[in-house]
Design a protein around this ligand. Structure first.
Ligand code: COA
Ligand code: AMP
Length: 633
């Protein structure tokens, strides 16, 4: 294999995207072939496989059963937090999905209707997602670590006919009751779903609301299996909300046709995985990694996927990942660097690895946040397999840059996710939209059209899509990541250039946290920024200015603010630290100098901008940061 093979394929995809993706689409079962591979009649909005019709669930399950692989394991559920687990063959998973689709249909769900899924990492979450796909309904999975308020926002935007939930999720040290959160979210939301289908787990019993809530098992017992409904390639498969710069999350839309083609292509070409092999994405179905690489891509490819309800450490020890890999014969693992930092912290010498047979394990992929070279090198030495950093976003749904193991493994440069994946014309631009030479930092963009599988729009908000992603540099999709491309064409992703931060691989909006803090009656002004953290990559830090005349102390106010963010956004925000400051550092035009404060907290060099309102304020802030021990050694 060689650099040339990658370059040839990459160039071919750029030169002839329609030919390239039409070939990839031959690997998917179509009920009706497309009339246009790429519909470019309405730039900057592009649609793939216009005129085509298919069913994603059929391609993920039924087709494998019909091809004689019904006995192959499709889903391995491994749950150290319940001491449980189960294996579903393709035939069993297809049957469970068809029956649950029948239950959804009994409750009025038809093609185009939305269904919100608010569930922990149980097989029923996967079943519910695929059942929606089977009916042509649009699912929207909401991560369990979000609070009622966030769920309510999503209910009002997606307007679901049905919500599927469970009585509880299980964290290392506690049971999270989902049902009170769901009830509160429905109370807060203007839109009311007709039905809630609730899975009762033995760890907690959910109180049911008569006339609205139906027990999962009863709904299934009353249902007949439903067939796959053929939908347009351009019809939405799901909406996944992600953090933007404001408190209002963005509803990323994924279509059926382009998604199936791109994801199936990625399994062999990027991850180097074949049908029948075990592939494990240690993430959560509430995130895009879970959608794409726990559920859809491995099943489209005919692999066995692992659904792991546990953590890298504490369930029960830092050997948990190695146990899962050896027990289930996992060939490829995909997780976030933070998981490896957590393991390294508890088991720096890797003693747990030696207790398990990892001889058949082939490749580790990392994404979700910037991968620091130390973590990559530690993992590589520990596991003695290639460790591949790759870069993507909820919006794209699959990698923008990667070392494509199925095309031609390229030399690894720790700290870089390697090169653009075929289909993505990645450009680094300056503020005026000019291509920057190698080595110069700028805004990382993708020249339109985006390849299949990437978002065609935001849910009910085409104008928002244009504004957020397409307007700044006409003809390009703006990723909101900053970085550069080196002489060898390797990309270096240095971090977000908007107000989004990344905490333990979770994407969070500092703007949303600021909105919550600002609503506290004592707060006059505030700023939230992401400061470096050795374990989680970044952690949010609040700076608070109290209203004149309000009598309070940091000891009283900060815990109140921490609870408020936990209550309004959720524990996943991990907002645990804030400082009361006399004033915020600003430019003369009023822009808060978050970047300067971040550098001060991180102990990295900074230069106060010439436009700073009052340079003396930086001394005050440095002292304030010192109270929390910043900068940390
Ligand atoms: N439901 C409810 N609460 C949840 C939750 C869920 N599904 N997931 C996380 N939380 C809570 C946690 O219990 C924690 O609460 P606490 O503040 O009371 O301790 C809080 O949200 C923050 O969670 P997290 O950032 O995950 O921290 P952690 O200390 O529990 O675990 C890691 C740290 C590194 C082990 C964990 O973040 C991890 O496994 N990361 C892997 C990365 C990953 O899956 N990324 C997804 C994209 S690939
Ligand atoms: P999400 O939409 O939650 O997947 O988060 C996407 C963001 O995470 C990107 O815009 C990047 O800022 C960051 N990210 C993901 N993967 C990487 C990576 N490999 N290297 C650097 N940043 C990454």
């Amino acid at each position: 294999m060689s650099d040339k093979r990658y370059t040839d394929i990459y160039q071919r995809a750029l030169r002839d995207p329609e030919g390239f993706w039409a070939e990839a689409a031959e690997d998917v079962h179509w009920d009706r072939r497309w009339s246009r591979v790429l519909d470019d009649s309405r730039p900057p909005f592009y649609r793939w496989f216009a005129g085509g019709a298919l069913n994603t669930c059929y391609n993920a399950l039924d087709v494998h059963v019909e091809q004689g692989h019904g006995d192959r394991p499709a889903l391995i559920y491994d749950s150290p937090v319940t001491d449980g687990g189960k294996v579903f063959t393709y035939a069993e998973l297809r049957d469970a999905v068809a029956t649950f689709a029948g239950a959804l249909r009994n409750h009025g769900v038809a093609a185009g209707d939305r269904v919100i899924i608010y569930m922990p990492m149980v097989p029923e979450a996967v079943v519910a997602m695929l059942a929606c796909a089977r009916l042509g309904a649009v699912h929207s999975v909401v991560f369990g670590g979000f609070a009622a308020n966030e769920l309510a926002t999503r209910i009002d935007d997606a307007r679901p006919k049905v919500i599927v939930s469970a009585s509880c999720g299980i964290e290392v040290n506690r049971i999270i009751e989902y049902k009170p959160l769901l009830d509160e979210a429905i109370r807060l939301a203007k839109h009311k779903p007709g039905t809630c289908l609730v899975l009762q787990r033995p760890q907690a019993e959910a109180a049911m609301t008569a006339g609205r809530d139906v027990d999962w098992n009863e709904a299934v017992a009353a249902a007949e299996p439903a067939p796959c409904v053929s939908v347009a390639a351009t019809d939405p498969l799901y909406i996944l909300y992600t953090s933007g710069t404001t408190g209002q999350p963005k509803g990323i839309v994924r279509d059926n046709g382009g998604h199936a083609v791109a994801l199936k292509w990625s399994m062999k070409n990027i991850y180097g995985v074949d049908a029948g092999e075990v592939y494990w994405a240690a993430s959560d179905v509430g995130w895009v990694v879970g959608h794409s690489y726990i559920v859809y891509a491995p099943l489209l490819k005919g692999c066995t996927t692992v659904l792991y309800e546990g953590k890298p450490v504490g369930t029960p020890d830092p050997g948990a990942f190695w146990r899962v890999i050896s027990q289930h014969d996992v060939r490829v693992l995909f997780t976030a660097p933070t998981a490896f930092r957590a393991i390294k912290k508890e088991d720096p010498d890797g003693t747990h690895v030696r207790k398990h047979d990892l001889s058949r394990f082939r490749t580790l992929f990392l994404a979700g946040e910037r991968c620091d070279p130390d973590t990559l090198l530690w993992a590589r030495e520990l596991l003695d397999v290639p460790v591949i950093d790759h870069w993507w976003q909820t919006e794209t749904g699959w990698p923008i840059a990667a070392n494509c193991m199925g095309i031609a493994p390229l030399p690894v440069k720790p700290g870089s996710p390697t090169r653009a994946v075929p289909g993505y014309d990645v450009r680094v631009l300056d503020d005026a939209g000019n291509d920057l030479p190698a080595g110069e930092m700028g805004s990382i963009t993708v020249k339109l059209p985006l390849p299949p599988g990437c978002l065609p729009t935001l849910w009910n908000n085409e104008e928002g899509y244009r504004r957020a992603y397409l307007e700044q540099h006409p003809g390009y999709y703006v990723t909101s990541d900053g970085g550069y491309c080196d002489e060898d064409g390797y990309l270096w992703i240095m971090g977000r250039i908007d107000d989004v931060i990344n905490v333990a691989g979770h994407r969070l909006s500092t703007g949303a946290m600021e909105e919550v803090l600002a609503a506290h009656p004592a707060v006059a002004e505030c700023a939230v920024l992401g400061v470096a953290d050795a374990l989680k990559g970044q952690l949010p830090l609040g700076l608070i200015v109290v209203k004149a005349g309000v009598e309070t102390t940091e000891e009283t106010l900060v815990p109140e603010l921490v609870s408020l963010v936990r209550e309004k956004i959720g524990p996943v925000a991990d907002f645990k630290q804030a400082l009361m400051v006399k004033r915020l550092p600003k430019t003369r035009s009023g822009k808060i100098l978050r970047g300067t404060v971040r550098s001060m907290a991180d102990g990295t060099p900074y230069k106060a901008p010439a436009t700073i309102d009052d340079p003396a304020i930086l001394d005050e802030i440095r002292e304030d940061l010192g109270r929390l021990g910043y900068p940390k050694g």
